[in-house]
Design a binder for this molecule. Structure first.
Ligand code: FAD
Length: 417
């Protein structure tokens, strides 16, 4: 077997892994089934993704690509009451004081090109179909332009997103993370009313009694707008997903105001969205990362940041193996799985908080006590290594969320018409 690393999937996780491995002198082959640029949802970044982008050498390219600057995130009820704005710059210094809203067709193509420029071989239009692990390596079968091909290497990194290649072939068990299944319907629009001033680049999350909308400004003209509601709302609705989207806009004062003159620039798309994780993320010669390791509800825009971090972690795990390695030991596989689960876990508590009406009241308090605002901003920015004093405040925040379920410490939110 030759000593190359085969990566399947050229989204943020695959490109991050390929770039780091190639820059560290590894031979890398990346197989991507689509021809780029291609549409993908997941357009709002978090400031702490910058650290990973710097680690793979792509930060300057992303910074100078002309993406819309996102200085903060805001949450508002669908009747327009209780707006809560968080500015990253209130608690974080450069380069974490702002981030970007990215059209994924451009962002993913930039990262895949960066992987190529870093030395990785990239085959686009190549869909992996199967793989076989042998004593000294791994063989991947793929289809390219109607022809079958085979690639051999030492390691396989599965970065195939929400259709996990290895997970499906091996029927790996999934664990539901206790967040009810939802569906998203979304499109790009022109003529969406923007926030004035420096809030123009913010992501706006409009909280419905059961669900939410995102509004993500992508450039001067285009805004990504999507609705996430429980699957039951779609099953019980009279029309299709786009009718439910439009009906929900009509019922919301905030959304009516913002989307009054909006026109869809393309088709509405839908995605069933289900928060889960795979319990086993590594075998003797394969590692699964990014969405191929599990999926998180997107309300806090965590997916791309977690995918980039996970891609780097997979690459570092391969780089840590000695030449002629006989494969990952059971302990190394468990350690990799534990670390990938840990990347997602920091957002899981926040997601539970968002869907818990009482806990959400604490989050929306205009003047959070005990300098908790800093802690919340760090969480919203995707920070991993919080200073102990901030951790304490995060713990306190969740404690207050728990107490709010029994005693109303923060004022109730008014979802009325
Ligand atoms: C409704 C919704 C809204 C979201 N909003 C946000 C957001 O605002 N911010 C955010 O950070 N995240 C968001 N996300 C999450 C984000 O989209 C993902 O977490 C992120 O794209 C994961 O990156 P990845 O590299 O793991 O997978 P992907 O980006 O999905 O890339 C996987 C790649 O693998 C390729 N592939 C698949 N199978 C094969 C195969 N067999 N052979 C070869 N190639 C293959 C695919 O073509 C694809 O290019 C959202 C998700 C949803 C569903």
């Amino acid at each position: 077997m030759n000593d190359q690393v085969i990566i399947v999937g050229g989204g943020p996780a695959g490109s991050a892994a390929a770039s780091l491995l190639a820059r560290s002198g590894k031979k890398v082959l990346l197989l991507e089934k689509e021809i780029f640029p291609r549409f993908h949802i997941g357009e709002s970044l978090l400031p702490f993704s910058h650290r990973v982008l710097a680690r793979i050498g792509a930060w300057d390219k992303v910074k100078n690509a002309g993406f819309m600057i996102k200085p903060g995130a805001e949450f508002v009820l669908s009747n327009g009451r209780s707006l809560r704005r968080f500015w990253f710059g209130d608690s974080l210094a450069e380069p974490y004081d702002k981030t970007f809203q990215v059209e994924r067709s451009k962002f993913d193509a930039l990262l895949l090109d960066h992987a190529k420029e870093s030395g990785a071989s990239v085959l686009t239009g190549a869909a992996a179909r199967g793989f076989r692990v042998g004593p000294d390596g791994v063989e991947v079968e793929y289809e390219l332009a109607g022809e079958n091909g085979r690639a051999r290497g030492q390691w396989l990194i599965d970065a195939t997103g929400r259709e996990p290649f290895v997970g499906k072939l091996l029927h790996l068990p999934r664990t539901d993370l206790g967040i009810p299944k939802k569906m998203a319907v979304y499109a790009h629009f022109r003529n969406v009313r923007r926030n004035p001033g420096r809030a123009a680049g913010n992501i706006t999350v409009v909280r419905l009694p059961h669900g939410w909308f995102w509004l993500i400004p992508l450039d001067e003209e285009k805004t990504s707008v999507g609705m996430v509601r429980p699957i039951s709302a779609f099953q019980n609705g009279k029309g299709g997903p786009s009718e439910l989207f439009e009906e929900t806009v009509r019922e919301s004062r905030e959304l009516r105001m913002r989307l009054e003159k909006a026109e869809a620039m393309g088709p509405y798309r839908t995605t069933a969205d289900y928060t889960y994780r795979l319990e086993c993320l590594a075998g003797s010669r394969w590692l699964a990362t990014g969405d191929a390791a599990g999926f998180l509800d997107p309300v806090f825009s965590s997916g791309v940041t977690v995918a980039l971090e996970g891609g780097v972690l997979a690459a570092e795990t391969v780089l840590g193996q000695p030449k002629g390695s006989t494969g990952l030991s059971p302990g190394q596989r468990r350690e990799f799985t534990r670390r990938i689960h840990g990347l997602a876990r920091r957002f899981a508590d926040m997601i539970h908080m968002f869907y818990d009406d009482r806990a959400f009241e604490v989050f929306m308090t205009p003047r959070p006590p005990l300098a908790m605002k800093d802690a919340i901003i760090h969480l919203l920015a995707g920070s991993t290594d919080l200073h102990p004093s901030l951790w304490l405040r995060v713990k306190l925040f969740y404690l207050l969320c728990g107490m709010q379920r029994r005693w109303r410490l923060a004022p109730a939110l008014d979802y009325g018409p």
